[in-house]
Design a binder for this molecule. Structure first.
Ligand SMILES: [Zn+2]
Length: 347
């Protein structure tokens, strides 16, 4: 699909030899893959562990979208010249002027969290009981649009797509194929023209559904991983991490932090780990270590501070594998890792 303005915007950047995704640090291969897919008009399925910047990438894409004109207060972002929803069409047919507003790129973004509890009503829409009493169930005024319809003319970010039930996959497939949603009793086709960026974690096994081949066929799959180098991850921490006033974070402490976090991803003993600590975990550790220094009345982050907060920060964010002796004991695993990467406690 050709999302209004997005391909032109990307083409403009590329003509000037600028990187449209320059604000995203690292992920060079993934960024190239995403751009190629979007320029080809395809939806994208971002595959990779959580906390590596998939949401940031999707939000950034929305933020560079140009503003578009839309009917004020229309949840479907109808074009004033060619409205698609019953409310706007009725006004236009009556000869009323449709009030127009400008919608900025960042507002052309809808996020859906995939889960086994997600319903067709969440995606497509539901009946508003009070309006149904007023106008009757079959009147379009009783209909409240779901998130897919609110994503019309924008980017729909569907997080953890493989956690939705199978029958919802079919409903979604239909919308992706037809760019419209027919809502049973209303006899109205709602426009649902959007670019979808979906995510899935291929290592997640609990509460996930296999995505059907026909649904997968609607997406280009792009893989995103952890920051390629420690240097890059350091830059990410310095750019996005919060700093506490008056607390210094020396380079050697930062190096230790990075070694500790990155060691969970390399899995030095083989099959211990299904999922290592994310970039989000690294950021949390970066911030908590400063808080720890502050609480202790110190002015500079030391290994001791890192050690004190590393277990609580990382153990809940990694997944040990069923084959591991640390299965169900992530704390034990992190403690052993820290033994290796941080020098022995000085008491
Ligand atoms: Zn409308």
């Amino acid at each position: 699909m050709n999302l209004e303005g997005l391909q032109e915007t990307l083409a403009n950047y590329l003509e000037k030899s600028e990187d449209p995704l320059g604000a995203i640090m690292g992920q060079e291969e993934a960024k190239k893959g995403v751009l190629a897919s979007i320029l080809a008009g395809h939806h994208v399925l971002l595959e990779g562990p959580p906390g590596v910047g998939k949401t940031t990438l999707a939000r950034h894409l929305a933020s560079i979208l140009p503003a578009v004109e839309a009917v004020a207060d229309c949840p479907f972002h109808c074009r004033p010249s060619d409205p698609v929803c019953p409310a706007c069409r009725e006004k236009k047919d009556k000869g009323d002027t449709l009030e127009t507003i400008s919608i900025q790129g960042g507002q052309r973004f809808v996020r859906i969290q995939g889960s086994p509890d997600l319903t067709a009503e969440d995606l497509l829409g539901d009946i508003d009981p009070s309006m149904a009493f007023q106008y009757g169930c079959h009147d379009w005024r009783a209909f409240t649009p779901g998130k897919l319809l609110k994503g019309n003319r924008g980017i729909v970010f569907f997080d953890e797509l493989n956690r939705i039930p199978e029958k919802l996959q079919n409903a979604l497939l239909q919308v992706l194929e037809e760019h419209t949603a027919t809502i049973g009793p209303y006899d109205v086709d709602y426009a649902a023209d959007f670019l979808m960026l979906a995510t899935m974690n291929p290592l997640e096994h609990a509460g996930v559904e296999e995505l059907s081949d026909v649904l997968l066929d609607r997406f280009d799959v792009v893989t995103m991983g952890y920051p390629e180098t420690a240097l890059l991850e350091r830059q990410i921490l310095l750019k996005y991490g919060n700093r506490l006033d008056g607390i210094d974070f020396p380079d050697d402490s930062l190096d230790k932090l990075l070694v500790a976090v990155r060691s969970t991803r390399e899995d030095p003993w083989g099959k211990e780990m299904d999922q290592g600590a994310s970039v989000r975990a690294a950021l949390a550790l970066y911030e908590k270590a400063q808080a720890q220094a502050w609480l202790r009345g110190d002015s500079s982050v030391t290994e001791e501070h890192l050690r004190n907060v590393a277990v609580s920060t990382m153990a809940g964010r990694i997944k040990t594998s069923p084959e591991s002796k640390y299965y169900d004991d992530a704390v034990g695993l992190v403690e052993e890792l820290l033994q290796e990467v941080l020098s022995p406690s000085k008491g």
